[in-house]
Every structure is written in structure tokens, then in C-alpha cells.
Design a protein around this ligand. Sequence first.
Ligand code: ZN
Ligand code: ZN
Ligand code: ZN
Length: 340
Amino acid sequence: MGDAAFNQLRRNPLTGRWVTIAAGRASRPQDFLTRVLAVEGSEGRPCPFCPGHEEHTPAELGSYGLDSRWLVRVVPNRYPAFEGSDPMKVDTLSPLHARAPASGRHEVLILAREHDLRLDQLDSRRMALVMAALRDRFDEHSRLPEVAYTQAIVNYGREAGASLEHSHAQLLGIPFVPGEIDDEYRGFAEHQATHGDGCLLCDAVAEELAEHHRVVLADRHAVAIAPWWSGAPYEMLIVPRTHRERAPDADPAEVVGVGCVLRDALRRLRHVLGDVAYNVVVHTAPHQARGTYHWHIHLLPRTSTAAGFEQGTGVLINTVPPEIAAADLRDPDAVMSAGR
Ligand SMILES: [Zn+2]
Ligand SMILES: [Zn+2]
Ligand SMILES: [Zn+2]
């Protein structure tokens, strides 16, 4: 397990946001270099996520499979950024120095048994196991008093922060509600204040389906759009059609349906951009209710690195209008022949 003694939350008084100091993850300058190289394939070192190397991961939290072989495995992260069950108690050392224990859970979902099988290559039966595992973990986290919010992510490719190439997702159960979710709550509340009782994302889906030009794909369970406010080329937002605050509130068939739309969106992205790095971010309401929210998934291709202006202002510059991105993603073959 990681060096829990060094895991700590520290508050940035300029922004009010919490930062996690997790010294167990990479504590020497050369570790940053090996982390960059590791995703290229670590020659000589066995992949800890491959079958036959199960003893290289901490004790399993769950496994899902068919015919007595696991196809999805859930294990604790060997280098957790959040660990332990201390309650969120803020210790104010001075007006500028506030800290709290970085309690919570940090887990890895190994998405496939095969080392080289990507998320976009899973068939619907395998995708159903992935989504069942995700739903179960959200459910489990909701019962832990120290976990206020659970973030599920997939990092694919070096530019997106992946350090192992074997397909995996991560779940971070954290002891506070992050600033990004607070901001989205504000968006839902402002929309309600000006548009009667409507839900921002239910309304967005209805409008996008009516106008059609930013819709990438739509099925019974979910709609993938290139959002009006896209901050990055080919960014997508996957919105479940049924209004639910949290992913585990949805019935299993719905959750699987949303997972299949995500997979299909990834296939189209690959068709248009090739083997591009990306982040998948699942946003679901915190475990304690706080107001109107609608769970959704952000798919963020890493076509460029945030430069000084983006870092300095939080203002993103997107060089591909979402209307063009959606048209390309709807009909990837047309992009190829047009040579765009
Ligand atoms: Zn592997
Ligand atoms: Zn809604
Ligand atoms: Zn979101």
C-alpha cells in the first residue's frame, strides 16, 4: 500500500479548492521519467493486471466473469491518493494553512482480461460486466461515511495520464465534494431559476435532438452530443435519457446502455482521429443529496496540451467547432474521403 502518512488535503486559499498531496505515488525526480516511459510497454516487468499475475495487485474487491474466468476485476490502487476512513475534519493551522486527512478509497477496475483489448473493442456482453462493476462500486462507496463523492475515470494514452497500457478505469472515493461538481450544481440551479423547473441536461438533450447538428449518436438509453460549449476538439458529452441524479439510481439495463453509447462514441473518435489519448470522466451526484443533478459522462480527447493561457485563466480555446466535430463523428467515412 502507499505511504498513507504523506497523504494529505491542503486548501488553496486563492481558489478555495482542495489539493491532495500524495507522496507515495512518485517521490523522486527519476520516477516522473519512468512514469512517462512505462506506458510504452515495460519490458521485462510483468503486467500486474494480466491473468496469472493476480498476486501483484492488492487483494481483490470483486470480480466479474463468465465460465469461471474473470473478465473484469476490481482491486485497490497500489499507490492510493485517498486512503483510510478518518472523517473530513479540517485542521486550520493558520489562516493560510488548512489541512484535512486525504481519506477515502482509490480503486482500479481492470476492464478486460486481455492485455491489448481496448475499451472501445468490448462487445456489449463484456461492456455489461464493466458497467455492473462500476454500479456496484458506486453503491459500495455510497455506504462509506467518509466518502462524500466518487469520481470514476478512464485515462487512455500517455498524454491522458495513463501509466499502464492494460485497459483500466479508476475510482476515487473522496471526503469532500470537488469544485468542478459545485460549479455544475450552480449551472443546474441557475438553469432552474430561469427556466421554471427544467433540468439543464434534460432540456439540452431535447434541444439537441430537435436541432440535430451537434448530435453524434442516440439510442434508447443515451445521447452523445458535441456540446455547444465544447472546450476541446471532438469533446463529447454522453447524457442518459432518463433523469437520475446518480449512476447507481439507474436500473442495470440503463447503465449498460449508457456504457454502450460511450463505447460507440470511442469507436467513432478512433475512426476520425486514430489512436488519440483521451479521458473519460463520469459525473454523478455526491452520495448525500444536494439539489437537481443529472449524471453524465464527459469524453475528452487529448489533442493538445493545456498551455499557459488555459492554465492561467481556465478559458479554453477550441479550434474545431462542435458542429463540425459532430458531423465528422456522425459520418467518419465521409471525413476520410474528404481528407479533413
Ligand atoms: Zn496486462
Ligand atoms: Zn435531467
Ligand atoms: Zn460534468
